[in-house]
Design a protein around this ligand. Structure first.
Ligand code: A2P
Length: 280
């Protein structure tokens, strides 16, 4: 197996690469083109952007300039808090598609749960899927409570929940909940934004496998069965992050990494974003 043929099947029947390329903070057309080109050459097929990242136009331009066929890639974008609500969500996604120069995205996510438009936004998502603006619909930063609440009115449940997930924030109960409900968990900041890259335990495991710490963490995500979207603008790291399919962590190593959990968030607390109706 390699990154290109490593696919997960979602609850709606669509396939999604398990490993993707994160585009958060990839800015400037030259940097975007270089990163996307290298990632595509190395076999990445899932590209993850968001309205909030402010780079959808550059992403669309990169695919166009690199002449990457639409069918070869899986593109995710996310609706920002300010665009939530039934009509505004739909309008904003049309605008995103315009910027991306695409007729549809493969996966559309609600970026954060907010109280103000919680159900209206999801109704818009179900409609956009019907209309073909997106192939699959999902959420991001939803905790168990948000998913359970959504289930009280949803006709269709999210097929993906993209959450902050790394060795310092392992979120095991949420992973288990998602698994039981056929929701694929996808890790954002799979490397903990660099916060774990000096952990001694990880250094030892990395040395034992002759791999880097980043590769060990990504392999841990892979063996946990979650999807993950590492980001880098450095060619050597882009290649390295895709090169995790030729070794295996044993049960003891997996448990050692699980034990690093420190309930440490680099991002916002979803409960509070829900109540503030925005990222505070
Ligand atoms: P850079 O883009 O300068 O390479 P996360 O995905 O958890 O948010 O972490 C992304 C951060 O980790 C970025 O700052 C990225 O920096 C860095 N990074 C990505 N891949 C690697 C790697 N293989 N080794 C070290 N740092 C990495």
């Amino acid at each position: 197996m390699d990154i290109k043929d490593n696919l997960l099947t979602l609850a709606d029947g669509n396939e999604m690469p398990q490993e993707g390329f994160g585009l958060y903070k990839v800015d400037g057309q030259a940097t975007m083109n270089q990163a996307v080109k290298k990632a595509y050459e190395d076999g990445y097929r899932l590209f993850d952007t968001a309205q909030l990242y402010g780079n959808e136009q550059e992403v669309g331009m990169a695919f166009k300039q690199l002449a990457i066929p639409r069918d070869n890639i899986f593109v995710t974008t996310k609706v920002a808090e300010e665009n939530q609500g039934y009509d505004t969500a739909i309008e904003s996604v049309k605008e995103s598609l315009h910027k991306l120069q695409m007729d549809y995205v493969d996966l559309l996510l609600v970026h954060w749960p907010i109280e103000r438009s919680f159900f209206d936004t999801w109704r818009a998502f179900e409609e956009m899927k019907k209309e073909g603006l997106t192939r699959s619909i999902g959420v991001s930063n939803y905790q168990m409570i948000h998913l359970q609440y959504l289930a009280t009115q949803a006709n269709e449940m999210p097929v993906v929940d993209q959450i902050e997930l790394h060795p310092l924030l392992t979120q095991k109960p949420l992973l288990e909940f998602n698994r039981q409900h056929q929701i694929v968990t996808q890790a954002w900041s799979p490397l903990g934004r660099g916060a774990v890259l000096n952990e001694p335990v990880l250094k030892d495991i990395a040395a034992a496998h002759n791999k880097s710490i980043a590769q060990i963490i990504l392999r841990w995500h892979f063996q946990n069965g979650v999807s993950f979207i590492p980001k880098s603008v450095h060619e050597e790291r882009i290649a390295q992050n895709a090169d995790i399919y030729d070794f295996e962590l044993n049960a003891q190593e997996m448990a050692q990494i699980d034990a690093l959990n420190a309930y440490h968030r680099t991002g916002r607390e979803p409960e509070l974003v829900y109540e503030y109706n925005k990222q505070y």
